[in-house]
Design a binder for this molecule. Structure first.
Ligand SMILES: [Zn+2]
Ligand SMILES: [Zn+2]
Length: 303
């Protein structure tokens, strides 16, 4: 199943500054780690399709040496589990002139093509592996994926795109928490005590039948609003019903807060009827910095 339409529709997948094009039905199945080193896995409805690891490059280790090590490790693993595998090195699958990389095939329980790519600029090694079944027209798919990979952001925003949730996060911030539940995605980024949060909630029309946007948001964000004295204003945003919240931190402990830098809240919530989703964007930051972060609301794609 699935092999005939493999690669008919494509989308971008973006995570931690890594961007690549993948068939549209390959979606995030697992994620761990952080910006410097981490792992993600993409699955289609039938099987694991892609794995990607990234890490800080050690000294002058070349892509070839990284592949050597990987194969050595795999050999040990295979010996333990008494399976067998075949590998072919240095395949000319892609056209990536001037970039230190090596493509190889690795056939064990699954057939797969792998690539290690070493970036001289951000000094990261990226290891991508695409799994396939015998008979899948995989080569053009692998070529497109491997050639599309870019491993560091170009501007002041880091691109994210998964489950069709697409936005940029400020490059100065790092991902602190993520909640990836069916129907609710939340991503929290921090820089010291500054926070920027993105949320997307599905089945909006169902929620909006029961509650007004204001009521829904204040309930959804209850705890996160409590520390602020907020006021809200209705606005149309991209043709959608929207509310903007601005707030100042409440002075809970007057003595200790004397030395604390004041933080403000700025948030926008909107109901995108076209995609049947609710979007929330929140910034809490020093007054001076708030506008710099708030502009990132524009990067969230809603329909
Ligand atoms: Zn790079
Ligand atoms: Zn929209």
């Amino acid at each position: 199943m699935g092999s005939k339409k493999l690669g008919a529709n494509w989308t971008d997948f973006c995570w931690q500054g890594l961007e690549l094009e993948v068939p549209a039905d390959w979606e995030l199945g697992a994620a761990s780690g952080h910006h410097e080193s981490g792992y993600i896995r993409l699955d289609d409805p039938d099987m694991v399709r892609l794995e990607m690891r990234w890490e800080k490059a050690k000294g002058k280790v070349t892509a070839k040496e990284v592949v050597d090590n990987h194969i050595k490790e795999a050999q040990k693993e295979v010996k333990r589990s008494k399976q067998s595998f075949k590998t072919k090195r240095d395949l000319s699958l892609v056209d990536l002139e001037g970039i230190d990389h090596e493509c190889f095939s690795f056939d064990a329980e699954f057939q797969s093509f792998g690539m290690v790519r070493r970036c001289g600029e951000c000094k990261r090694n990226t290891f991508v592996r695409v799994m396939y079944r015998k008979g899948d027209p995989i080569r053009p798919v692998v070529k497109r994926i491997f050639e599309s990979l870019s491993d560091h952001p170009a501007g002041d925003g880091v691109k994210w795109r998964f489950f069709d949730f697409a936005f940029d996060s400020p490059a100065s911030m790092t991902l602190k928490e993520r909640t990836l539940k069916t129907g609710c995605l939340e991503m929290l980024f921090v820089r010291r005590k500054d926070e920027v949060e993105y949320a997307r909630v599905s089945l909006a029309s169902l929620q909006m039948k029961k509650k007004k946007l204001k009521e829904w948001f204040e309930e959804f964000y209850n705890k996160r609003l409590r520390a602020y004295r907020c006021s809200s204003q209705e606005e149309i945003f991209r043709g959608h019903k929207s509310l903007v919240y601005t707030g100042e931190a409440r002075l809970l402990r007057p003595v200790t807060t004397l030395f604390r830098i004041r933080r403000d809240l700025w948030a926008r919530v909107w109901w995108c009827e076209d995609s049947d989703k609710l979007f929330v964007f929140r910034v809490t930051a020093k007054t001076k910095q708030t506008p710099d972060y708030a502009k990132f609301v524009e990067t969230i794609r809603c329909h």
